[in-house]
Design a protein around this ligand. Sequence first.
Ligand code: SF4
Length: 108
Amino acid sequence: VTDPAGWHPTACILCECNCGIEVRLGGDDGRRFERIRGDKAHPGSQGYTCEKALRLDYYQNGRGERVTHPLRRRADGTFEEIDWDTAVAEVADRLKAVGAAHGGETIL
Ligand code: SF4
């Protein structure tokens, strides 16, 4: 329920603690997190947030260097874009090899 000042109660999703936060929306499209604060009424976190929650607008709306494709590391340490089918197949092959060498329980 949004309060008269425009604060929406919600939860931070950046780690398993799921601290209660309140956000006030703004920006040209009304979808930016104009302000973020801890929700003092939340029974678990009681108003606490770490600094990551206060940067949720940046994580959600930042235009910076967002990873939008799978990246494969080259031998020289740089990365190359690969398609999803290739990425999933290569990861599956590596997991199968680890399972075969060390037992399936090592990759659970
Ligand atoms: S505010 Fe920090 S500790 Fe709480 S859920 Fe978000 S990332 Fe986790």
